[in-house]
Design a protein around this ligand. Structure first.
Ligand SMILES: [Ca+2]
Ligand SMILES: [Ca+2]
Length: 159
């Protein structure tokens, strides 16, 4: 009886493994909701390459009139981020990328953006001069150019 039980357990384990593997095979690939899926259903291009004047999909469907005729209204909503100033908008992949694309940093700070805190590759200081917002890449630390209003990128930060 003991052998039969072991055999049953082994079969159950194998069946379970097969089901798990099967599910894994059928699971969809990771979605990138800020991307644009070309008509080939394989190529996914970043939001900011849609209507940029360059055909990035094989047949140029990222530049078609239907998408680009009335920006940003003609774009799918998930490709667009509306800035704090309602007259401005940026592409969804420009949100939380460390760069001040809206001009008022609303794509990098505040309830609209909800960006994660600066990662280890960034030096946190606010406000920031130039194109950054609440942190600067550590590569800019001690480069002889002031990026943080507090000058901490030149005196405290270690690249
Ligand atoms: Ca394009
Ligand atoms: Ca940005």
């Amino acid at each position: 009886a003991c052998v039969v039980l072991l055999l049953l357990a082994a079969i159950a384990a194998i069946v379970g493994l097969a089901i798990a593997l099967g599910l894994q095979l059928h699971a969809p690939a990771t979605h990138n909701w800020t991307g644009f899926l070309c008509n080939d259903r394989v190529t996914c291009i970043p939001a900011s390459q849609v209507c940029d004047g360059t055909a990035n999909c094989r047949n140029g469907e990222d530049e078609q009139e239907k998408l680009c005729g009335d920006l940003p209204r003609s774009l799918p909503a998930y490709l667009v981020f509306h800035c704090g100033n309602p007259e401005y908008w940026v592409y969804a992949d420009q949100r939380c990328n460390g760069m001040n694309d809206c001009g008022d940093c609303s794509d990098e700070m505040g309830s609209l953006a909800a960006c994660p805190p600066c990662g280890p590759a960034w030096w946190s200081c606010s406000p920031v001069h130039y194109e950054y917002c609440s942190c600067v890449p550590r590569a800019l630390c001690r480069d002889g150019v002031q990026h943080c209003v507090s000058w901490s990128d030149e005196y405290l930060c270690r690249p």
